[in-house]
Design a protein. Structure first.
Lengths: 422, 386
């Protein structure tokens, strides 16, 4: 039986498909594209030059959802890439070597520029060094300093702004053949801020009982994805207005989140989730939660593209500074104490029963330190932590029976603890 | 047979109670500040009266009891042995730790330190990937001045340009001896086994630069006077990939015993991160910053702006007369392993033979590696004779 999708889900699918089709036509249309990463992306700046963003992490996860990642990873490993390293990189490289066919079945264009937003992930640098060897195209490096002490200093902001002025913008001018237009950028930033207000309202709706959204699976499936590639556009503003209205209607009707199986009938457990999802068995993974009536009321992975619920909004009055602050504020650019603070806040404000960590083999930026995070959050909130392991896009590291077992045990423990407390 | 000074150096760095550091603290009352691989501004720390202490994990001599509870199985070994050292009290002697921008694992270890040891200095040391003096240079200068202020707030001497100038001079002298040591390895590798050079360079991380200089000088004099060491029919190889988590000493010795002269490597790279002398004229902090930006080695940790990945590696092979390359990276080391395919491609384009294997700092069995390296060395000798 097919499940009726919400209008927002239909709309986002159309938007993404249109974007990929437009990308596939770049060689004919003459439009230029820029490969860049989700954390620290400069979508408004790119679009102010009429450049189209391509996000290799998104392509990799889309390949996993379509069941292609296993072969792509094997292709990269045959070329000498270690089994130990990030599978997003290997999946992307394998996809490229296999014809660079994107999620809609259309061939993606080669990059006119690699914009290396080196934000919160060391692997990004190596990834684009590898791609540069393959594509022989220009690279613009934007080094975004890490919030090692949990704050953005004036020197850090100046460093990023100077790089935008001295390296990134001149390169975008060269690639696009257009001059930097700050007024246009400001207009886009204003639209970003409007969409951000609606996005935050949607995310914070999960504080209600029942939560009208799933802030992890739903968060990455239809709430968050539009944001990165479309930020600054009217389409994004419209999309989030529509989504917010839908969520408000769910609240009015007392409905829980929409899932691949339809509306969740009853919310039994509320969890905060740290870490990326597994994409190769995304639906089965989600079902392990819905079968138990578990709803993710907040998640950190949905914050790698920006931490708006902590108050950040793009500010058109200071365009380059706000882009710098955005980049430095992404979740993976926060130090461990800040990540712990955020998770503690989520557990408390969203009245979660516990914190679940999905630790992925591929991502040291997320995973290194997660066991420490788990202990800290447990100790500060008194809520139990759960820990499972999988991978982003390598199906070899998703052991369904094992993960299901652990999740069921964890959810039973949460239930018992809650019942005992009551 | 090892020289006595090399044996003393080995004993020094394998002392995981860091008693040499404790002695220094007792004598001077100064701050001892640990740093992880790969680069740290040792000159600045020395100028402020601190002892920079290289913390390169627990190696093969440490049993991991609690460290594994902090890291998943798919994360490299050095953070778990480092946290083990901290939890078992070995690092109590340190007043703080610096975590340079090496990779996400070392970066996140800085956060664990902040959470576990809130009273101690725990600083992530970001370094620029933009090498424009007016952009990345300004940022690095801020980072270093910030660090200097933080050290001063904890009891170190305040930053003094003239003290830094003197420190730069001492480190230049030290670097010159390190260069001489490596030049001798290239010229006469039978005189300076890699395992001895390694011990000297590791021990140098635990003593003031003046003592390191004296130790290096004494070793070089002893080696040059020693006529008992004779060349053997070994293959000259360059080893790369071991810049962070260090291989166990037994592995280095195994490679040598399998028929390899290691004429160049990435071990203890902090000594060679800046290639030449740092100028002693002008603003000394600026000189240090400019040396970092403009005179740094090509490393997987540094963004290579011109797209010529592996060029420097090939050049090193030529300069050292190496006959082949051993890619020798720690398991799960992102910088080394993500870089390796690009480096391999460069080496292959240059027609240089290579082989690859992985290790962990606490490996105890080397038979497989011995066979692989021995076969590689034999093949090199055969090709050399062809």
């Amino acid at each position: 039986m097919s499940v009726q999708k919400d209008d927002s889900q239909v709309r986002q699918k159309e938007m993404i498909a249109t974007h990929y089709t437009r990308l596939s036509r770049c060689p004919d249309s003459g439009e230029k594209n820029v490969y860049t990463f989700v954390p620290g992306n400069l979508t408004e700046l790119l679009r102010s030059f009429d450049l189209l963003p391509v996000l290799p992490e998104i392509n990799a996860l889309q390949s996993a959802i379509r069941g292609k990642s296993k072969d792509y990873i094997a292709t990269a490993e045959k070329l000498g890439h270690s089994e130990d390293v990030c599978t997003y990189v290997k999946c992307d490289l394998g996809m490229m070597k296999s014809g660079n066919v994107g999620p809609t079945g259309e061939r993606l264009p080669s990059p006119d520029l690699l914009l290396l937003s080196y934000t919160g992930c060391f692997t990004f640098m190596k990834w684009f060094e590898i791609l540069r060897q393959e594509y022989r195209c220009p690279v613009a490096m934007l080094h975004v300093p890490y919030q090692g002490d949990g704050a953005v200093t004036a020197a850090m902001r100046t460093y990023v702004v100077r790089q935008l002025q001295e390296t990134v913008i001149p390169m975008l001018e060269k690639i696009s053949g257009k001059k930097y237009d700050e007024d246009r950028l400001k207009e886009m930033l204003a639209r970003s801020a409007a969409a951000e207000d609606d996005l935050v309202a949607v995310l914070e709706s999960a504080k209600r009982r029942p939560s009208p959204i799933d802030a992890y699976f739903g968060g990455v499936y239809y709430i968050g994805p539009i944001f990165t590639a479309f930020r600054g556009t009217e389409e994004a503003v419209d999309y989030y207005r529509l989504l917010r209205a839908e969520v408000e209607e769910r609240i009015r009707l007392g409905q829980g989140p929409v899932t691949p199986e339809g509306d969740l009938p009853a919310e039994r457990l509320r969890v905060v989730v740290e870490g990326p999802p597994n994409w190769t068995s995304f639906r089965a993974f989600w079902k392990m939660f819905t079968d138990e009536g578990a709803v993710a009321v907040a998640s950190t992975y949905t914050k790698v593209g920006g931490v708006y619920d902590a108050g950040f909004r793009h500010d058109p009055a200071r365009p380059l500074e706000t882009l710098a602050d955005y980049c430095m504020g992404c979740y993976t650019n926060l130090n461990l104490p800040s990540r712990v603070d955020m998770l503690v806040r989520y557990v408390r404000e969203y009245q979660a029963d516990g914190l679940l960590i999905n630790s992925v083999k591929s991502c040291n930026s997320f995973s290194a330190g997660q066991l420490m995070i788990l202990r800290e959050v447990e100790s500060r909130t008194g809520r139990p932590g759960g820990f499972i392991e999988s991978d982003l896009v390598d199906p070899r590291y998703f052991s369904a029976a094992n993960i299901k077992n652990r999740l069921e045990s964890y959810f039973q423990m949460l239930e018992q603890k809650r019942t005992g407390a009551a | 047979m090892s020289l006595a000074i090399a044996e003393q150096a080995e004993a020094l760095w394998r002392d995981l109670s860091f008693s040499s550091v404790a002695r220094w603290k007792a004598e001077t009352g100064g701050l001892a500040v640990g740093y992880m691989p790969v680069w740290a501004p040792r000159e600045l720390l020395h100028a402020q009266g601190c002892l920079p202490v290289g913390i390169f994990g627990g190696g093969q001599d440490l049993e991991i009891i609690r460290g594994d509870a902090y890291y998943q199985s798919y994360i490299c070994h050095i953070p778990r042995s480092t946290i083990e050292l901290a939890l078992n009290g070995s690092l109590d002697v340190l007043d703080g730790m610096l975590f340079p921008a090496t990779c996400d694992v070392i970066r996140n270890l800085s956060g664990i330190w902040k959470l576990k040891f809130p009273g101690k200095l725990a600083r992530y040391l970001d370094v620029p990937q933009n090498f424009d003096p007016e952009v990345g240079g300004v940022f690095l200068r801020h980072e270093l001045l910030d660090l200097a202020a933080e050290l001063a707030a904890r009891g170190a001497r305040p930053y003094d340009p003239e003290a830094l100038r003197r420190s730069l001079a001492l480190h230049n002298e030290n670097r010159a001896l390190v260069r001489r040591l490596h030049a001798l390895r290239v010229e006469s590798p039978w005189k300076v086994p890699a395992s001895e050079a390694y011990s000297l360079l590791r021990a140098s991380l635990l003593v003031p630069v003046e003592e390191s200089t004296a130790m290096l000088r004494a070793y070089l004099e002893a080696v040059e006077a020693d006529t008992s060491r004779r060349p053997m029919d070994q293959a000259r190889i360059l080893l790369t990939g071991s810049f962070c988590e260090q291989p166990p000493l037994g592995l280095i010795r195994t490679l040598e015993r399998s028929g390899c002269y290691i004429v160049d490597d990435d071990f203890v790279q902090v000594h060679r991160w800046i290639r030449g002398d740092v100028p002693l004229t002008g603003d000394p902090l600026e000189a240090l910053v400019q040396a970092f930006l403009g005179d740094g080695i090509e490393s997987p940790l540094r963004f290579v702006t011109d797209g010529s990945k592996g060029t420097e590696l090939v050049e090193r092979v030529r300069q050292t007369g190496a006959e082949g390359v051993l890619f020798c990276a720690p398991s799960f080391c992102d910088p080394a392993l993500l870089d390796q395919p690009m480096a391999v491609a460069a080496v292959e384009r240059a027609g240089i033979p290579w082989t690859a294997f992985k290790y962990a700092e606490n490996n105890g069995q080397f038979q497989v590696i011995r066979e692989q390296a021995g076969t590689f060395a034999d093949a090199l000798k055969l090709w050399s004779g062809a």
